[in-house]
Design a protein around this ligand. Structure first.
Ligand code: GRG
Length: 301
């Protein structure tokens, strides 16, 4: 069984080879300005855990598919995730200065260029998937369905919807639990649920596998966010590579503000059980996913 780092290494090697993120000339990469390539690459190669693409690849292996056929979809997921981090850190959103252990994109390149680096990564994600799909005309429908899953997770009923509600609730001091659950499901969990569903599409998996991966992605994503909220209060800034304590300081709606530290720990335990339960149909083949959710829980101990 490969571990998270092994999958991350595969993703990193492929990301290094994608022409749009490899600067080749002083001014321009083909028609692409050097500055754009540089700013996209700055955030993309800043050492993220590559959790979402690793999970997509692990699901493909679990379902008997080929990593090679899925790799560009995994890289696209990481590009979308990185764009969301760049935009989330902007002064108009979370206004953060530290991400992945480095100054945030807008601190280095300026606000306008950071917006464009995010836009560039989002577009590049779809270019990358479309190129991969065009190379496999024999599997056009599977590729299209996988792309649709990823677009849905990142889109206006997924991650973007969650971010819109997050900003809206913060601006209007809305602090109820329903809002929190909507935000965390959309903003965070969708970017786990839908890449896993994309893996199922690429493998032509049946309804049972699709449902089980959806359930696991949901429980994992909510657990990931709950542990992130806990670590914002109890964690170590150097290990996390981002500013901590901001949530409480700004009165942000989080699991800790809604349920307290002990309530959040209880939620993590419940979601842990739910995630493991969702893996039952896969038996031993789901060892990567069981170990991954265990390791997320361990972060908070
Ligand atoms: C700007 C449309 C738009 C959306 C932003 C994902 C997101 C929505 C904001 C990021 C900020 C945040 C706290 C999101 C919750 C999920 C989370 C903790 C993301 C960080 O993911 P990791 O830990 O990061 O996987 P790395 O750097 O390892 O990739």
């Amino acid at each position: 069984m490969r571990d998270l780092q092994a999958y991350a290494n595969i993703v990193n090697a492929r990301l290094e080879a994608i022409p749009e993120v490899v600067p080749e000339g002083r001014f321009a990469v083909g028609e692409m300005p050097w500055l754009l390539s540089e700013s996209m690459r700055y955030s993309l190669s800043a050492g993220g855990k590559r959790l979402r693409p690793a999970m997509l690849l692990a699901a493909v292996e679990m379902l008997g598919g080929s990593i090679g056929d899925a790799l560009d979809y995994a890289c696209a997921v990481e590009m979308i995730h990185t764009y969301s981090l760049i935009h989330d850190d902007l002064p108009g959103m979370d206004n953060d200065t530290l991400r992945r252990g480095r100054p945030t994109n807008h601190v280095v390149f300026g606000e306008g260029q950071a917006i464009l680096a995010g836009d560039g990564l989002l577009n590049c994600a779809f270019e990358t998937m479309l190129k991969a799909a065009a190379d496999r005309p024999d599997r056009a429908l599977d590729c299209l369905l996988a792309m649709r899953e990823i677009a849905t997770g990142a889109g206006v009923t997924g991650m973007i919807a969650g971010q819109v509600m997050d900003l809206y609730c913060e601006a209007n001091n809305i602090g109820d639990v329903n809002a929190l659950q909507y935000i965390q499901r959309n903003k965070t969990a969708c970017m786990f649920i839908y890449p896993l569903r994309a893996a199922a599409r690429l493998c032509e998996a049946g309804e049972e596998a699709l449902r089980a991966l959806t359930d696991y992605g949901r429980a994992f994503g909510l657990l990931f966010q709950a542990t992130d909220d806990l670590l914002d209060v109890t964690g170590d800034q150097e290990n996390m590579g981002k500013t901590l304590g901001k949530d409480a300081e700004s009165g942000k709606l989080t699991c800790v503000s809604a349920y307290g530290v002990e309530g959040t720990r209880a939620l993590v335990e419940r979601l842990h059980r739910e995630a493991l339960c969702a893996l039952e149909p896969f038996g031993e083949r789901a060892a990567f996913f069981a170990a991954l959710v265990d390791s997320m829980v361990d972060r908070t101990k």
